[in-house]
Design a protein around this ligand. Structure first.
Ligand code: PEP
Length: 250
């Protein structure tokens, strides 16, 4: 039985003092959940978030990392640095990074391998644009992105990767994929994992849905057969709303 993982992506929001009060409020509200609760915070919030999440069931993640260990990469942060400050998860290849910061399937693959090598749990994002959906090439786009992201990994490592299916047209727009469409896309990704790494691996890999998830639609999405929780942007910025998403099955 796969566990539901519900991860907030704060993007470029929240000052350290806001992060601290958020975590104090959220930890109380989600203390009884069996779902995995993750907050992917800006780098500047990591230290305070990790400290304040100690003794709670909230795990802290980052939103990006570099694939090299160290060196002349001004402005970048390595997987080793994240690990050293207590980060457990890292988002890789979010569509905003692909769109605004020139991330490619190749850099996503390098980052994924690096994250796994230091014991970080990667959340790798795949998803189609509206144009691609209208052209009927969604399955091709998301399975190719998945294949390229996971290229060269052993099945034992693939099991440790979380894949987030995030249709780009649904991110931050208030538009959500129907639960049937979202489940179908997640199944196509799982099928690709099965083809490349075997059914057992595919049955174990956690695949989330992301794109305008909120308390009002979390239950219908997360109850679908193949959707193992969600990656949540805007609705993860309010502790009450995010806790209601985490507690969707209460
Ligand atoms: C995201 O940033 O990954 C996301 C899904 O954002 P939102 O929930 O705001 O659509």
């Amino acid at each position: 039985m796969r566990r539901k993982v519900i991860a907030g992506n704060w993007k470029m929001n929240m000052l350290p003092n806001e992060a601290i009060s958020f975590i104090q409020e959220l930890s109380e509200k989600v203390k009884d959940t069996e779902n995995e609760v993750v907050l992917c915070v800006p780098y500047t919030d990591i230290f305070y978030s990790v400290l304040n999440a100690q003794g709670t069931n909230i795990k802290i993640g980052a939103q990006n990392m570099h694939w090299e260990e160290k060196g002349a990469y001004t402005g970048e942060v390595s997987a080793e640095m994240l690990k050293a400050v207590g980060v457990e998860y890292v988002i890789i290849g979010h569509s905003e990074r692909r769109q605004y910061f020139a991330e490619t399937d190749e850099t996503v693959n390098k980052k994924l391998k690096k994250a796994l090598s230091v014991g970080l749990k990667p959340i790798v994002c795949v998803g189609e644009t509206l144009e691609q959906r209208e052209q009927g090439v969604t399955a091709k786009i998301i399975t190719t992105q998945t294949e390229k992201a996971l290229d060269g990994l052993e099945p034992a490592d693939v099991e440790k990767v979380i894949i987030a299916y995030e249709p780009i047209w649904a991110i931050g727009t208030g538009k959500t994929a129907t639960r049937e469409d979202a489940n179908e896309a997640v199944k196509q990704i799982r099928q690709k994992v099965a083809e490349k790494y075997g059914q057992e691996t595919a049955d174990r890999v956690i695949i989330q849905y992301g794109g305008s998830v909120k308390a009002a639609n979390a239950k219908e999405l997360f109850e679908m057969s193949d959707i193992d929780g969600g990656l949540v942007g805007g609705a993860s910025l309010k502790a009450e709303e995010f806790s209601n998403i985490v507690n969707y099955n209460k």
